[in-house]
Design a protein around this ligand. Sequence first.
Ligand code: SF4
Length: 290
Amino acid sequence: MDYVGAIFRPPSEADSLLVQATVGCSHNTCAFCAMYADKTFRAKKWETIQADLDEGLAEPYYRRVFLCDGDALILSTNKLVRILRYIKEHGPQIERVGVYGDARGVLAKSVEELRELKDAGLGIVYHGLESGDDEVLRRIRKGSTAAEQAEAGRRVKQAGILYSAIVLLGAGGEELSEQHARNTAALLTAADPDYVGCLMLTLVLGTPLYEDAEAGRFVLPDKWGLLRELRTIVAESDFSRCHFTANHASNYLPIKADMPQDKPRVLALIDDVIARHDDRTLKPEWMRGL
Ligand code: SF4
């Protein structure tokens, strides 16, 4: 396989065939993210993608394909359709194709274009929306507003594609912690994702946010503050049907829930842990896999 640099994928795509359709991230300016800092964004040549698909699809083990890197949905509809149709034609065993996409990538496409992608085989879009608060989004340089992110989510769902939203606990720091949590819950309610994954912000050496933290301009909430954010998001969001997880390695309290029915159970669990305020009820630092 022609992999350029480190390859990232969502946890749920661990067993997928990873095909790098683009190198890097076309945005590459989020203040907390260093995943593609060493890569200059470019679309890969069709011949390279095709060779990787031929190699990977020959392996009968794969049931899913994930198109890397950071925001492969930014590719034109025509280019994506070509990749998706090729997968359909040469990998009849493939049940789902997934991709990372943000508001820029989604909103550059009409619902009709997204439907075309769905018909060609696109099954799920993972959107790192991080926050629903415009001030937080501006500070972390996400490049889109909460309204744009909500519209992106609605458009993906309207096209019949599964929509998986990723939010970042701690993204507002201590200063904006409450408004970050409340407005993220509002955004999730507006976008109504099929899946939500809550991650906890990790300060990564070399990123602007790390420098802000070193200089005292950004203070990451402690684990109890992060848990309160999670509680607010769970309490104030309304989903029609959503698989909600906060079980990534970076989370202190792993949660897996089907909303809305599991909401009372999850709130009771978080409230119990907050009320006891006992560090032993939270995953120790060495187990967080960071
Ligand atoms: S859009 Fe995603 S991959 Fe790109 S810089 Fe932001 S967080 Fe990183």
